[in-house]
Design a protein around this ligand. Structure first.
Ligand code: FAD
Length: 398
């Protein structure tokens, strides 16, 4: 038996013995940290997986991972999929900040911050966007002043996902107001539980508050929590965005497809078509929608094959550079189009908000349709991805 096959059979046996029944359903445990609590099966799953380093299987063992090769990581996720075991931990620490710190952090920073991410002890949020700096992120104005062994930070962040539940924030701040805008930015880390940090959840029409306004009034970040060099945070911040886009586009290994943020129901479009349009001689009864579904399925297949190839080609742990923008753009558009199509196939049943006339799935589809609009915005809008592709991938002039 090859080493990989041996690993597969050991992994299968271990997962069967240790994966609690309550987490054998597709999805992922988002969050972690000190402010959210979980049911006992979820909590146990996070703990037993963290003990083996399998919440972040590709990270080195000394930082809470298992040091698995790409092949073994793939096998682990395949075996988890077989059991429908959900990802034990998928948050901004595991997907975005941790991989960035592995590349840019000092030894001391890695030792201090990575293990609490891997165990789910600490949750992170992303302090990038500001009221006047979204697509043009480098216009950010949150100011950090050097006070010897620490920075004092003043400014406002917005759309900070999960800030109300986060323990720490990775944050882009301006440390030089005279330098050209990309060159005066630094990447700092700060604890959320301090006097100078206040969060105000932004309530959506659905009633949910997935993100916050975050006010920084004399907030403190330790000097040894500066990641990378002073005024060179743009390089670190951009790399983190590539990790973010890789995750959103499904380029990083994981179990199954990841649903866009806020999308709660994952119905097969074929099944929806059979249920709501019916069959005519074995084919979906509405010719126009049938064509659109086939066309969408072809785009999805081509996309899945392309991202498999890109994932195999990319070196372990490193996102595929500017190519991530191609996948983020296409993946986001595909996800949004799928929700549009599902909604149209369901007709009036796809626009229910509440009430006995609609099933839970139907209400979920209406909400997911609204939420799917966000996928073409977060992590950089579709237009921004097209600009990056034009400039950095195709080499077109400004
Ligand atoms: C669900 C969700 C979660 C988010 N979570 C976070 C988070 O945790 N942390 C964080 O920091 N941010 C977060 N964001 C913010 C997100 O990164 C920004 O919304 C995004 O970068 C766009 O910025 P903006 O909203 O300021 O829009 P704007 O930049 O004002 O853009 C408005 C419109 O103009 C277009 N546009 C802008 N510039 C150009 C251009 N040069 N060429 C062509 N078109 C252009 C855009 O594509 C868009 O359609 C989140 C957003 C969403 C929706």
């Amino acid at each position: 038996m090859s080493e990989l096959e041996e690993f597969r059979s050991e992994t299968r046996a271990w997962l069967e013995a240790n994966c609690p029944a309550g987490v054998r359903a597709p999805g992922a445990v988002h969050g972690g940290g000190t402010k959210l609590s979980y049911d006992s099966d979820t909590q146990r799953w996070m703990e037993v997986m963290a003990e083996r380093g399998w919440t972040v299987p590709g990270w080195p063992e000394e930082y809470g991972g298992a040091g698995l090769s790409q092949d073994k990581t793939r096998v682990l996720y395949q075996e988890m999929s077989e059991l429908s075991a959900r990802l034990p931990l998928s948050n901004m620490g595991t997907r975005m900040f941790g991989p960035t710190l592995l590349e840019f952090g000092t030894e001391e920073q890695k030792k201090r911050h990575l293990i609490p991410i891997a165990t789910g002890a600490i949750a992170w949020c992303q302090g990038y966007s500001e009221p006047g700096a979204g697509s043009d992120l480098a216009s950010l104005r949150t100011r950090a002043e050097d006070q010897g062994d620490h920075f004092v930070i003043n400014g406002q962040k917005i759309w900070t996902s999960g800030a109300q539940y986060a323990d720490w924030m990775f944050c882009l701040v301006r440390t030089d107001f005279d330098a050209p805008k990309h060159q005066g930015i630094s990447f700092v880390l700060l604890p959320m539980d301090q006097e100078g940090v206040r969060t105000r959840p932004i309530q959506l029409i659905s009633g949910a508050s997935p993100f916050c306004e975050t006010f920084l009034d004399d907030a403190i970040a330790r000097k040894d929590d500066l990641v990378g060099n002073l005024n060179e945070g743009w390089t670190v911040g951009k790399r983190l965005l590539q990790h973010e886009r890789s995750g959103q586009a499904g380029l990083t290994a994981s179990t199954g497809t990841r649903l866009p943020v806020g999308v709660t129901v994952d119905l097969s479009i074929d099944q929806v078509a059979r249920d709501y349009l019916g069959l005519d001689d074995g084919r979906i009864a509405n010719a126009q929608l049938r064509d659109e579904i086939i066309s969408w399925r072809m785009r999805e297949s081509a996309y899945n094959l392309s991202r498999q190839r890109a994932a195999e080609e990319s070196r372990q742990g490193k996102p595929a550079g500017e190519l991530t923008s191609v996948f983020k753009l296409y993946g986001a558009t595909l996800a949004r189009d799928r929700q549009d199509l599902t909604d149209r196939v369901m007709g009036i049943h796809g626009i229910g908000w509440e009430g006995d006339a609609f099933t839970d799935d139907e209400v979920g589809v209406a909400r997911s349709w609204l939420a799917s609009k966000a996928v073409t915005i977060y992590g950089g809008t579709n237009e921004v991805q097209m600009n990056i592709i034009a400039k950095r991938v195709l080499g077109l002039p400004d």
